[in-house]
Design a protein around this ligand. Structure first.
Ligand code: ZN
Length: 322
């Protein structure tokens, strides 16, 4: 069996309301890089915004469809409920103060599997966490307003809420190359072999919880990273064999994707980066600065730009006061 069909997480895509607040939260408060400003190819009056580390490495990518007027969702079973970012152990106090400075809804730090976790929410109530750990060898990055030593390194893990864990576990283990790592109460942890931060899935199973409802503040889907088009097709075949009806490979401009719904209800994607990734249509230094349209919509640029409210990066507003 190929042990590297899945090499970790690729991205998380969620729904949000006001586009500018989304930019302010993820680029401003969290200090992620706005990597790409494009649109929902099926609904050109809606942005598709990508955030991540400096170059858009899989395992660091948050993407959003922010849309004023969307109804609020509800988090619950059958959804990815929290996306957890990795920070250094020394940075817990920095981040608690930062969340307080910008009045971000958050909980007191707690412990999980021996590590400190801080739960917080974005302006739409989307569940997020920071996990302090010193196992992360990914590079720090900054845009001037978060000191490098405290910056987010990328994802640590994603938490799925499920009715029960067995069927989802079976897909993770048998089709997606994950292993069961450990458990505590109703939390079970999975990862590919020799997992590092950015490659971890937690299933929290609680039959008494309500099912989630899509809308702003909820995750639309999570994507796993696969190394190549060949491994992507191999995963697709394995998913097909258990009757989960994967989509054909879909061109997402910066990566190629397949989608399927896992038995617990969460929409899974398996993606592989194209050779140039986010540098396909913009140079490294200019990532995220211009509205990018696919070639078939370029002729309607003036019309599309009028539909979208302008958004700006405001790093100076998000300097720490300590
Ligand atoms: Zn996706």
């Amino acid at each position: 069996m190929n042990t590297s069909l899945i090499t970790g997480l690729h991205h998380v895509t969620s729904m949000a309301s006001a586009p500018q607040k989304n930019v302010d939260f993820y680029a401003g408060i969290l200090g992620l890089r706005l990597l790409k400003k494009t649109i929902n190819f099926d609904a050109p009056d809606i942005y598709h915004l990508y955030y991540g580390d400096e170059s858009g490495t899989p395992g660091s990518l948050m993407t959003f469809f922010p849309f004023n007027g969307i109804s609020a969702g509800r988090q619950g079973k059958g959804q990815a409920v929290s996306t957890t970012f990795s920070i250094p152990v020394q940075s817990v106090e920095y981040w608690v103060r930062r969340l307080e400075q910008f009045e971000v809804r958050h909980k007191e730090p707690q412990e999980r599997f021996g590590e400190v976790v801080i739960y917080f929410e974005d302006y739409d109530g989307l569940g997020l966490e920071l996990i302090a750990n010193d196992d992360d060898d990914r590079e720090a990055f900054t845009y001037g307003h978060i000191p490098k030593e405290h910056s987010i390194r990328g994802f640590y893990s994603i938490e799925l809420w499920e009715d029960t864990y067995e069927k989802t576990e079976s897909v993770l283990v048998n089709q997606l190359n994950h292993q069961f790592i450990k458990e505590s109460g109703s939390r079970r942890r999975y990862a590919p072999l020799n997992a590092k931060p950015g490659q971890i899935i937690d299933i929290v199973w609680a039959p008494e919880n309500r099912y989630g409802v899509g809308g702003s503040g909820t995750v639309h889907h999570i994507a796993f990273d696969t190394p190549s088009l060949e491994t992507q097709l191999e995963v697709r075949e394995k998913i097909h064999q258990i009757g989960l009806s994967p989509t054909p490979v879909i061109d997402r401009q910066y990566f190629d994707a397949i989608y399927f719904r896992e038995p617990g209800g969460v929409l899974f994607e398996v993606s592989t980066n194209k050779p140039k990734g986010f540098m396909t249509d913009e140079e490294f230094a200019h990532l995220g600065t211009h509205l990018m349209l696919p070639s078939w919509l370029e002729g309607r640029r003036t019309y599309i730009e009028k539909l979208l409210e302008p958004i700006t990066l405001n790093p100076e507003k998000y300097a720490s006061t300590y």
